[in-house]
Ligand binder design. Structure first.
Ligand SMILES: C[S@@+](CC[C@H](N)C(=O)[O-])C[C@H]1O[C@@H](n2cnc3c(N)ncnc32)[C@H](O)[C@@H]1O
Length: 310
């Protein structure tokens, strides 16, 4: 564990997200990204005795932290939100009144050196959110083709120097294994020839590796329709994202599912025969207030989008 790092998570858009869920006292809700339970606790406070909250997280450390909530209305499952359907089926839950996805990382994940997410600490280059399965970032860098490393760093890190970084990885791993955060950060620092003010040159590459290792964009693309499918009519889907790649997927999905099917002009179809959109957008994108960003700089990049089942 990193020295002095506070292993707490300050929930982002806490009141805004719970109020967007429009919690009904007897409803069933899903917090699909439990983290340290900030949003879950707030949802439980708004629920009555007949209400129910199903929480999920893919990180075993989040599941362990959730053991502190002892409440018969609450259940916590170790699973990816892409599997929300299976989790709800397993619990005998059909439709739900609301689902919250608060994407990205919790502060404890970033602050626990040994998780290998941060270039601020020297640790094994792991980066798996679910430490119970899958390949670590070091293992992937050891075996991946140079072109794949370049594509991941370019697409998920939006990094101009992806080619040079991928070349440096392949050259260095010919000499020795790249097994620690410091080794990878130092290699990137050398390959990136420009500097962005206030940003470590390895920031983009760390983000890229993390997104790839956890298949974050694929999981999100699977989760959105799976969550929407489980909502009752009027049920709410609330999604908080933290970077433009995630937000683009959320925005496209919500827009696509809230518009009527487009048909070629002059097709002889009545309005009543058109398939109706599955969702209705609720309000505009919400960002954190200046006061919240001051108290919690992580909130700066947060964007919350809300939709309702039509
Ligand atoms: C920003 S934190 C959530 C914080 C939480 N709302 C709170 O207030 O404490 C994001 C959490 O989502 C989890 N997560 C990320 N991708 C996931 C996925 N595909 N399935 C389930 N959980 C995921 C991470 O492990 C992390 O704990």
């Amino acid at each position: 564990m990193s020295e002095g790092a506070p292993l707490v998570h300050l929930s982002v858009l806490l009141q805004e997200a719970v109020s967007a869920l429009a919690v009904k006292p007897g409803g069933v809700y899903v917090d699909a990204t439990f983290g340290r339970g900030g949003h879950s606790r707030e949802i439980l406070a708004a629920l009555g005795s007949a209400g129910r909250l199903v929480a999920m997280d893919r990180d075993p450390a989040a599941i362990a932290a959730g053991k502190t909530i002892v409440d018969k209305r609450f259940v916590l499952a170790h699973a990816s939100f892409a599997h929300i359907g299976e989790v709800l089926d397993g619990l005998g839950v059909g439709q739900v009144e609301g689902v919250l996805l608060d994407l990205g990382m919790s502060s404890p994940q970033l602050d626990e050196a040994e998780r290998g997410f941060s270039f601020r600490y020297d640790a094994p280059l792991d980066m798996r959110m679910d430490t119970s399965r899958g390949e670590t970032a070091a293992e992937w860098l050891e075996r991946a083709e140079q072109a794949d490393i370049e594509r991941v760093i370019k697409d998920y890190g939006e990094e101009r120097f992806a080619h040079a970084i991928a070349e440096a990885v392949v050259a260095l791993r010919g000499e020795h294994r790249i097994s620690t955060t410091r080794q990878f950060a130092a290699l990137v620092e050398k390959a990136v020839r420009t500097r962005e003010p206030g940003k470590h040159p390895a920031t983009r590459s760390f983000q890229a590796l993390r997104i790839h290792i956890n298949q974050e964009l694929e999981e999100l693309s699977l989760a959105l329709p799976a969550c929407a499918a489980r909502l009752v009519q009027g049920g709410r889907l609330v999604v908080i994202s933290f970077h433009s790649l995630e937000d683009r997927i959320v925005k496209r999905f919500l827009r696509g599912e809230s518009q009527p099917a487009r048909l070629p002009a002059r097709l002889p179809v009545r309005a009543s025969e058109l398939s109706q959109p599955m969702l209705r957008l609720v309000g505009r994108a919400v960002r954190a207030s200046a006061a919240e960003i001051k108290a919690n700089p992580r909130a700066r990049s947060a964007v919350m989008r809300v939709a309702e089942k039509a």
